[in-house]
Design a protein around this ligand. Structure first.
Ligand SMILES: Nc1ncnc2c1ncn2[C@@H]1O[C@H](COP(=O)(O)OP(=O)(O)OP(=O)(O)O)[C@@H](O)[C@H]1O
Ligand SMILES: [Mg+2]
Length: 312
């Protein structure tokens, strides 16, 4: 658990993060959104003390982060940033091993971890371990950056616009990988993004920053239902509201009993994508299948319409 308690950061009398308090539950994904300059990166970097707060405290599982030595913070908190995060003169394997080496892990343990992470991110260890960052595509570099942040098996992963530079297809893949890894390892993730679609897709909870203040912190559906300010409303987009609601949950969550013809939908796709498939197929219902092909039931136009309506 991360408790951010009345945290403030001032630069030369300028308040860039203003008395922010929020509690981040373990094993969840929290997404921080807000306009440029609203203090998102500063807030994130106060969690791992790359920035020292002017006042307030941050506790990790009840322990003040100022009482933790640097190596302990690095072990517990991974940090991934957009773009040039990798060391250019180190191989992929050496990049991923950065923190384990600092922590004094043995060679066998490090090698095993590098192989495990490359495999997890679908980068063949035999082909990629010895390459240098400039010999990778942007998307591959990004995945190595996240693998490096995860290498010391941190409980917490801080990510600052990690997918910003990726094209939409690779980005969707990177998001899916991240969610799969989060479920597998139970990592607590705090992620900054400008992209509201990404926020709604990934977040258990969304924190909205405006001019250094935390203006709303809640589940995605709560933000759609009860935006705290005009700014939150604008960020969500009035015309997007029903689709935002449908993008939070999966087709599997909307399954109803009953038969339906047509090509089955994967249970893992969003309800928004399921609606799109229904409209495109010109059908009022389609079957939903599990990964092994088992038919779980169906989703219906009527059911999705109900779910897209303003929550009562
Ligand atoms: N080291 C610093 N010295 C002085 N001012 C700073 C420093 N770091 C950040 N700031 C200022 O603090 C404010 C918040 O910056 P921050 O990087 O947290 O914003 P952000 O929300 O991450 O923005 P973006 O979306 O553009 O990345 C900005 O006005 C910035 O100019
Ligand atoms: Mg930033």
């Amino acid at each position: 658990m991360i408790e951010i308690d009345g945290i403030t950061k001032r630069y030369d009398g300028n308040t860039v993060v203003n008395n922010v308090s929020m509690t981040i539950e373990p094993r969840t994904v929290t997404v921080i959104v807000g306009t440029s300059g609203s203090g998102k990166t500063t807030l994130l970097r106060m969690i791992n003390r790359l920035v020292e707060p002017t006042s307030g405290a941050i506790r990790l599982d009840g322990e003040d982060n100022r009482s933790m030595p640097g190596f302990e913070l690095r072990r517990r908190i991974g940090y991934a940033i957009q773009g040039h995060g990798l060391f250019p003169h180190r191989t992929v394997a050496q990049n991923i091993a950065t923190v384990p080496v600092l922590l004094g892990w043995g060679k066998a343990r490090i090698d095993a971890k590098v192989t495990e992470l490359l495999t997890l991110f679908q980068l063949d260890p035999a082909a990629f371990s010895a390459r240098f960052p400039h010999e990778l595509s942007g998307g591959q570099q990004q995945r190595v950056g996240v693998a490096r942040a995860l290498a010391a098996e941190p409980n917490v992963l801080l990510m600052d616009e990690p997918f910003g530079a990726l094209d939409p297809i690779i980005r969707a893949k990177a998001q899916a990988d991240l969610l799969a890894i989060q479920r597998l390892l139970g990592t607590t993730i705090v992620l900054v993004t400008h992209d509201m679609d990404e926020a709604f897709h990934l977040a258990h909870k969304i924190a909205v920053m405006d001019k250094g203040a935390l203006v709303q912190y809640g589940r995605p559906a709560e933000l759609v239902k009860d935006p705290a300010t005009e700014f939150v409303q604008t960020l969500i987009g009035t015309s997007e509201r029903p689709f935002r609601l449908l993008s939070i949950e999966t087709a599997g969550d909307a399954v109803e009993p009953g038969p339906a013809g047509g090509k089955p939908l994967a249970e893992t796709i969003s309800q928004r994508d399921a609606l799109s498939e229904l409209l495109w197929a010109g059908r009022s219902a389609l079957p939903v299948a599990a990964a092994d092909g088992t038919i779980l039931g169906r989703v219906t136009l009527e059911g999705l319409t109900r779910r897209a309506a303003k929550p009562q």
